[in-house]
Every structure is written in C-alpha cells, then in structure tokens.
Write a protein that binds this ligand. Structure first.
Ligand code: ATP
Length: 672
C-alpha cells in the first residue's frame, strides 16, 4: 500500500486535511513516495480521481506516479496529470479542437517567411535592417517589456532603425494574423490562454491540485495554479534545488507560501534514503552558505561508507575527460548507473568523444541530438502536414528540400493551395477549385517594403515534358512566376505522395507509406549528401550510403515510438511536448546538472569544478547569481547514491585559459 510504506514525516504530510499544504523536502527524502501516498489518501477519503490534478516537471514523472498509485487503486489512472503545458493543452483541446502547438523554432520559420516577402534594399537606406532571426527575438523581448508601442520601444533602443519601424510592425501584424487564423499556439500562450479561461469562470472539477518541484514554478504557472480555485493545494519542493531562474522560475513563490495562504501548513522531510553520509555532508556544508528559507536538514539513514568523495585534479581538460573515461572503463558499476554531470553544455561533446574512443556507450538527455536532427524534424513535419493541411510552417519546412523554393515562395504557394482547396492545402493539391484566382497582385506599399511581384503569371510550358500527371499539370500553383523546374518536380512528388496516402488512416500504415515514398527518399538523400561532403564540396559515395543508412535507422526509432499510439495527432503533440524528456541510446549518462534533476545514480562524476565553469556566474548572472550556482552544485552532489568524484583541470588547451579550483570545493572543506 502506498501509505504503509511511508515513514512518519512522509505520512503526516500525505494525510494532511485538505487545505494549503507545503512539503519542504530535502534531496532524496522521498518526494515521489509522498505524492503517491497523498493521491492514495485522497482516493481513500472518497475524492474522485477526476477531482485530482497533478502537475509535474516532466510527463514521465506524472505517468510514473499515476502508475504507482494505480497498482493499488486502479481508478487512479483517471486523474489528470502532466506538465503545466500538457495539461493546459488537453484542457484547451477540449474547449477548442483546432489548436496546433508550435515550438518557438517553428514559429521563427513562419516569421521568416513573412519577413522575406519584404524588400528592404529598395528603400535605399544605409543602415542595414535586422535579420529575421534577430527581429523575431526582439519582438519577443518587446512583448515581455510591457511597452505601449513597438515603435516607441525601438526608438529608445535603436533610433537608427526608425525608417524600418513601420515595416517591422507590419511584419508583426501579419505574423499575429496568421497565427490566429491557423490557431497556432506556442508554449507560453498555452498557459496564458488557460489561465484566462479559468479566471473568466470556466468550470473545473478539481478539489485538490498537487504540484511537484514547486521551487521551479514561474509566475505564469503560479497564476494558473491560483486560478483553479481548489479546496486543496498540495505543493512539494526543495528551495535548495531551485535551478531554473534563467527560465523565469521564481524562488519567492515557494518562500512566501505560508504568507500568501492563510492557515498554510508547512511539513518537512528530512530523512535521506539515497546517499551515504559522506556525500550528504558535502551537500550540507556547501548549501548552508545560502540563505535558509524554511528550516530543514538532511538526515543520513544509509550510514557512512567509509569512502570520502575524491577530488581528481588534472593539467588540462583533455586529460581530465580521458582519465574519467579510463576510470569508467574499469569500474564495476553498471554503465546505466554511472552519470557524468557538467554545468556547461559545451563540455559534453569532448566528453562524449573520449568515451566513444574507449568504446563506452553513452546517452545524452535533452533531445538535442535526436529531435533537433533534420531527419526527425522533417518526418514530424510531413506527418504534421498530413493531419493538419492548414499548417503553413510544416509546409515551409518540407519545401526547404525543394531546390529553388525559398521560404517566401513556399509561403505563397501554400496560400495559393489554401485558396484552391477552400482552406485545405491538401485539397488544393488533389482537387483544386481552378475557378479561383491565385498569385494575383497583392498589397503593394513602398513604405512597407512590399512590391508588386505577381503582375504576370508564369507559364507551365516548361513543365510539360517532365512526365507529370495530367491532372497535376492543370493545377494553378504551377503558374507561380518564380517556380523552378526542380521546385515543380518536388511539388509533383509531393502531389503523388498525397494522392497515395489518402487511402490510409492507421498511423503505422501512414508512417510506412511515408518512409517508402519517393519524396521521403529525395529528402533523406539530400540530407545524406550534405553529411557526406568532403572539404571541397565533393560527395564521398561511401560516406553518403553510411549517412543514409544512419538516417533510416534514426527514423525507425520514431516509428517504434509511434507504435504506442493509435492516433497520429496525439503522437505528434506528445513529441512536441515531450521532446526535452527523451534520451537516446544506452550506457553512461551524460547530463547537464539541470537535466539531472530528480534522478539518482550509484556513481557520479561532476566535471570541470573550476571557477568560471562551475560556478559559471556569467550564465547565471541575469537571474539567480552565485546562490543559484550553489543550488546547482547541491543538486549535482545529491544525485549520487554510493560514489562521488569531483574532477577539475588547471588549463583548457583549446581555449587557452588557466583555471582556479571551484570555490564550492573549498566550501566543501577540500584543501585545493
Ligand atoms: N519511506 C521510505 N523508506 C525507504 N526508502 C524510501 C522511502 N521514501 C523514499 N525512499 C527512497 O529514497 C530514494 C529517493 O526518493 P525520491 O526519488 O522520491 O526522492 P526526492 O525527494 O524526489 O529526491 P530529489 O529531490 O533529490 O530528486 C528513492 O530511491 C526512494 O525509493
């Protein structure tokens, strides 16, 4: 039974009456077990599963907790659980079926396609305009600044850009309109929209909201929690593990809990079940240099191992990483139970290379390698377009692989397809309404950088001998004045693919059709060629075939994930929401300290323990400063169960930097 396994302090918290309860839990003291126990308690008390909302930092954590309760109380699988984003997404989906979730990267592509329609050069102004990327970031900064108008805000920041202000604003307007028209939603607006609905009195069934990792809540999330207006709020967190200030997490949310809620109860969990005493002593000694918000300590339950965590010192970082790899090679600990933790992402590649050199398998969390790879992105885009033929970004992404079709032309072809298909771009391909006019002269405005491009339509005569289907040859999209032969061929391949796929409904069947299609082969050949180019730009045949094989294997991983889903849309959204939780491969864990949150390993190496690297004040200065760095150190140390090593180097040969040992080692009592 979940409750019978709890110790006294955990049980007290888990069985607290409905109200405002905060559980301050030190590292490794069983937060998960306490939440699991709490859910079991609520269900036993007669609260219905639908009346419980569990908010966690990752969807994986939510699923695990639900599963643990469900083993004893099967109805627990009906409680609503997940990250703030996925829960809001599901709510909004229930209210409005047409939401398409987009990552900031995707939205940047859309933004660029709008930007590229403007011709700044014809204005003849000496000052260069901002790039699309820069302008996108600037726009987001402006939105967060609460300034009344963009023009005023820009004039203060960069007066020399005044002549472009109108054009920039026009780009923003068009961008916002398209987002609205296609129901595109980014991560932040998910939370904002949901909070607004809740504030406007939309009904919600929740009697208790449970929040895990409460120390990393940001003001937007907090507003959402407060808008649910529940009887019970059960928050679990550790202020010493608040490490997401750079992402907007606000430690004062946890520290003012007992002041914001009348009759709030604060419980503390002290007994650490994870680590040996020597490891906890180091964590305690360092963290006590930070302000203590609520009283708390870490009590050792596993006793002392008799082995004090070692400091490994090297001349340079190469030597450091190589020696760690050698140690791991001879370690008897299971590879999955070993973690190398680093403060700076930039350390990861060199460490990975050293491990691979010694034939040690390793995996990196955070999705950088898997979900950011071009082959995975394009596969997801192709599937996205199939289920949402209104998705302009997926379309533009796909056409990045068509020679001679830039994002502006792709955007225009997409608009034409939407017109021809009455708001459905696939219909625009397969059954166009040819009575509709496309590529007609649009807005022309010298001041806004828009010039009349579509005065004359292109002729299709250059495409007649390419073996296109008759039906397709009659499609007005081929009359785009700037469409190249390669571009038209790509469109034709795409058309044929859409025609074929029309018959399939089953996600697995669609996926198989996709990866065996001509268009897909064209795309992955393209990617493989890029990867097989030598220094002179020539393609190495052997490397090309190898690269293509690797791409196919990677895409197969995605196919395996898809097997768990009977609905393609759910699968795609899970991929957007959960990308950062995925890790690829097996073996030794290579993790940033941030990504190691909540995990535990038998053997841990914390590398680059040098001033400037860890702590890295430059990284944390805008938000959390040295206290945040110290919390990161605390998180890193408390991941270790049995053995812990600190590694540091005196020099970085490549960057030509000399380092001093980290102040945290000194605070821990080491004479370095
Ligand atoms: N009452 C208990 N008796 C024995 N072991 C326990 C008990 N509660 C938790 N544990 C064990 O302690 C370890 C740490 O638990 P958990 O991962 O929930 O800690 P946590 O508080 O979330 O840690 P952190 O904040 O550092 O990630 C786990 O291995 C868990 O199985």
């Amino acid at each position: 039974m979940p409750l019978s396994k709890l110790n006294k302090e955990q049980l007290q918290a888990a069985t607290a009456p409905l109200g405002h309860n905060l559980v301050i839990a030190s590292a490794g003291t069983g937060k998960t077990s306490t939440i699991v126990g709490r859910i079991a308690y609520l269900l036993e008390e007669g609260i219905k599963p639908e009346e419980i909302l569990l908010l966690t930092f990752t969807n994986k954590a939510a699923a695990e907790m639900k599963e643990r309760v469900a083993r004893v109380i099967p109805s627990a699988k009906n409680i609503e659980a997940g990250t703030f984003h996925s829960v809001s997404y599901r709510w909004l989906k229930k209210l409005n079926k047409n939401i398409t979730l987009k990552t900031p990267k995707d939205l940047k592509i859309l933004f660029k396609s709008i930007y590229d329609k403007r011709d700044f050069s014809r204005l003849g102004i000496e000052e260069k305009p901002y790039s699309a990327n820069y302008l996108f970031d600037l726009y987001s900064l402006y939105l967060n600044s609460n300034a009344p108008s963009f023009e005023e805000w820009l004039l203060q920041k960069a007066p020399s850009h005044e002549p472009y202000a109108l054009i920039y604003e026009d780009i923003f307007d068009e961008y916002e309109n398209i987002k609205k028209e296609h129901n595109l939603v980014d991560f932040n607006s998910l939370l904002i929209e949901m909070t607004n609905h809740l504030k406007n009195g939309i009904e919600n069934p929740y009697r208790e909201v449970l929040v895990d990792e409460y120390q990393d809540t940001n003001p937007l999330q907090n507003e959402l929690i407060e808008s649910v207006k529940q009887e019970g709020l059960f928050c679990v967190g550790d202020y010493d593990q608040s490490i997401y200030a750079f992402n907007g997490a606000d430690i004062s949310i946890i520290s003012t809990f007992d002041k914001r809620y009348e009759n709030a109860k604060v419980f503390t969990l002290k007994k650490n079940y994870r680590s040996y005493g020597e490891i906890l002593d180091i964590a305690n000694r360092v963290i006590k240099n930070n302000p203590r918000i609520y009283p708390k300590t870490l009590e050792v339950t596993r006793g002392y191992s008799g082995e004090y965590p070692k400091v490994l010192m090297y001349n340079d970082t190469f030597e450091e990483y190589r020696d760690i790899a050698s140690r791991i090679l001879t370690s008897t600990t299971k590879r999955e139970e070993i973690a190398i933790l680093f403060r700076n992402n930039s350390s990861a590649d060199a460490i990975e290379a050293m491990l691979r050199e010694k034939g040690i398998e390793c995996k990196r969390k955070g999705g950088m390698s898997f979900f950011d790879s071009r082959e995975i992105k394009i596969t997801l885009d192709l599937l996205t377009f199939l289920i949402n033929p209104k998705d302009i970004m997926a379309f533009i992404h796909i056409f990045e692989y068509a020679k001679g079709v830039g994002s502006a032309i792709a955007g225009e072809i997409f608009e034409a397809l939407m017109t021809l298909g009455d708001g459905d771009a696939i219909k625009g391909f397969l059954n166009p309404d040819t009575s509709k006019k496309v590529f007609t002269k649009k807005r022309t405005s010298y001041q806004l950088g828009l010039f009349d491009d579509f005065v004359t339509l292109g002729s299709v005569s250059k495409f007649v001998n390419l073996g296109f289907d008759e039906e397709f040859l009659a499609n007005p999209i081929l009359r785009h004045p700037k469409l190249s032969i390669e571009g038209a061929e790509f469109l034709h391949n795409f058309y044929q693919f859409l025609k074929r796929i029309k018959r399939f409904k089953n996600p697995q069947a669609i996926f198989n059709e996709l990866i065996n299609s001509k268009i897909f082969d064209h795309i992955i050949s393209n990617i493989a060629k890029e990867r097989a180019k030598d220094k002179n730009g020539k393609i190495d045949e052997e490397r090309y075939h190898e690269a293509k094989e690797k791409i196919k294997n990677k895409v197969k991983i995605l196919g395996n994930l898809l097997k768990n889903y009977s609905d393609l849309e759910r699968f795609l959204n899970a991929m957007v929401l959960g990308a950062s939780e995925m890790s690829e491969g097996s073996g030794v864990n290579l993790l940033t300290v941030h990504a190691s949150k909540g995990l535990e390993f038998e053997e841990v190496y914390i590398v680059d323990m040098m001033e400037g690297r860890f702590p890295n004040i430059k990284l944390s200065k805008p938000a959390g400063g040295i206290e945040e760095e110290r919390r990161l150190f605390y998180v890193a140390v408390t991941r270790a169960k049995d053995r812990l090593f600190f590694a540091l180097a005196k020099n970085d040969r490549i960057k030509n930097i000399t380092y001093e040992p980290s102040r945290f080692l000194k605070e821990a009592g080491y004479k370095v």
